[in-house]
Design a protein around this ligand. Structure first.
Ligand code: ZN
Ligand code: ZN
Length: 122
């Protein structure tokens, strides 16, 4: 769902921009609401993506260097197959190729730490 929206977001923005430009070029052919509703849809998609990233965090983990809480998203590149995976989902095991990651990289400070150092001590 999220990735689908993110992929279409750019397209939505460009079509909204195009519709608005067409409206100013030929107002009798392209109504203003067409451009505005497309723009509204883009804003909604943008807000959704932002909220999704902000809300989907792995609260049981944090970066040992800067305290950053990792995303629960496919945001890491697998060292085995090179595809985007969520390394925290199965404690470092890639869901596509089965590669076991011993270290995770922080997406904020770029620090690399072993798996068990990411566990939040509570
Ligand atoms: Zn960090
Ligand atoms: Zn993999």
């Amino acid at each position: 769902m999220y990735r689908k929206i993110r992929r279409h977001r750019k397209l939505l923005f460009l079509s909204a921009l195009g519709a608005l430009l067409l409206h100013f070029a030929a107002p009798e052919r392209v109504p203003l609401w067409a451009g505005l509703s497309l723009l509204g849809a883009w804003l909604a998609a943008f807000g959704y993506g932002f909220a999704h990233v902000a809300m989907t965090r792995r609260t049981a983990y944090c970066c040992p260097y800067c305290g950053w809480m990792p995303y629960a998203l496919d945001a890491w590149k697998c060292k085995g197959c090179g595809r985007r995976v969520d390394v925290f989902r199965q404690m470092g095991i890639c869901s596509r190729c089965g590669h076991q990651h011993e270290e995770f990289m922080c997406l904020r400070c770029r620090g690399v730490a072993a798996r068990n150092r990411w566990l939040r001590l509570s």
